[in-house]
Design a protein around this ligand. Structure first.
Ligand code: CA2
Length: 150
């Protein structure tokens, strides 16, 4: 299985660390990317890290990943709760997918309790702050390594 892993981030996550630190913490998306790159190197994963405020761009990256990658870590942000199109794109992928949320969406407004993406995700991490991304990458690396053994 490919060791390319896509880390995809949805709308407004470019504002991470710049507003609402009581919910999302003080770290920026650049900090998340830096941490993910350092860990990916250790795990021998090749990282493709992206953020977009446009649904179609996220769908296009999922299509790219489908052709080349061994897994996806995705924080779809608000698209989590609205996007059948992102779910459809993920359903076309055969590798492991981990959904990450920085905040504990289940302790927040009821509209954040439902996730379309969870219908496909192999695992979901919520409420562990930006550490959730690193835990998701560790899980993907483990799954890719396990697959190699079979
Ligand atoms: O907890 C998460 O990671 C979320 O995916 C973040 C989304 C939210 O819509 C989901 O329900 C849960 C929001 C991302 C916006 O991030 C901001 C960060 C700082 C300031 C403003 C927005």
């Amino acid at each position: 299985m490919s060791r390319i892993v896509f880390v995809l981030n949805g709308p407004n996550l470019n504002l991470l660390g710049k507003r609402q630190p009581h919910i999302y913490g003080h770290e920026t998306l650049a900090d998340v990317e830096r941490d993910c790159r350092a860990l990916a190197k250790e795990l021998k994963l090749e990282l493709r890290f992206h953020q977009s405020n446009r649904e179609y761009e996220i769908i296009d990256w999922i299509h790219e990943a489908r052709a080349a990658a061994g897994g996806i870590v995705i924080n779809p942000a608000a698209f989590t709760h609205t996007s059948v199109a992102i779910l459809d794109a993920l359903n076309a992928c055969e590798f492991p997918i981990i959904e990450v949320h920085i905040s504990n969406v289940h302790r927040r407004e009821p509209f954040r309790h439902h996730s379309y993406v969870s219908l496909r995700a192999d695992g979901v991490i919520a409420g562990l702050g930006i550490q959730g991304y690193e835990l998701a990458l560790r899980r993907l690396a483990w799954l890719i390594d396990e697959e190699k053994k079979t």
